[in-house]
Design a protein around this ligand. Sequence first.
Ligand code: DGY
Length: 322
Amino acid sequence: MADPRVLLTRRWPEAVEKAVQARFETVLNESDKPMSQAELARAMDEFDVLCPTVSDRIDAEVIAGGDRVKLIANYGVGFDHIDIEAAKAKGIAVTNTPGVLTDATADIAMTLLLMAARRAGEGERELRAGKWSGWRPTHLIGSSLKGKTLGLVAFGRIGVATARRAHHGFGMKIAYYARREADAAVAEKLGATFYPDLNGLLGASDFVSLHVPGGPETANLIDATALAAMKPGSYLINTARGGVVDHAALAEALRSGHLAGAGLDVYPAEPEVPSELLGLESVVLLPHLGSATVETRTAMGMKALANAVAWTEGRELPDRVA
Ligand code: DGY
């Protein structure tokens, strides 16, 4: 194929932008501002390959915007921001970037878990505000991790990587809820207990970490009823997708003291953060940093590029999701 045109909807790390530019006629979004729905729709007629990110909404209307794009090579592993059925209906292939985000995202899950358990956000805010009055035995006492149960909601790549860190690094017990039992060798190494029922896991865990994909199937999975099923004094960690949690119900569970704390990296309508959480000291709020290491963000771009190259060469797409 002659000179496929590729659009990167946001700036990528320089090394991968250069690699894409070396292979394709590439248009960069120099401003790095999110593109409008109308601009994305127009792009469907102007490019062969569209490389969006989680900050773009590639809905049916955008996809209907033109006939030229034949591959959506998503820069990211989650693809709930892309209307897969609409893409399939137009014969557009969709790929993602699995595997390369696993360690970075598991690291952020542990960061949130530790920050929430040890009240690190509260402490830092207090210190910077000049309100720290000095060491005292009762100051900002948190929870230790050793011997506590970490319940993973879904036990895929990132869930397992989080469990490894928690178990081997911090002496936590591991439990998980999933559609089916994990590979026996993986579960055995972690001493992981399987819960076929979500509420069973929630009631047995001191810390709950979410690792399900986003989308309609998991929307508000952690609602008021699920939060009520969590152990009193437990913690909720979310590095998956914001839509998985009912944030009004979470704020209430934190305000009432039913939950001791929470750590969130993702929100339903990013970059908006549910306002009811902003004033709560017991929740740690990060701005979707799960994959934000230079190594990971570079590897994500290289994966998207590899998919675009495979498509251009008529080869099987390494990370096809549709
Ligand atoms: C993804 O790739 O889905 C992540 O959320 C981006 O960090």
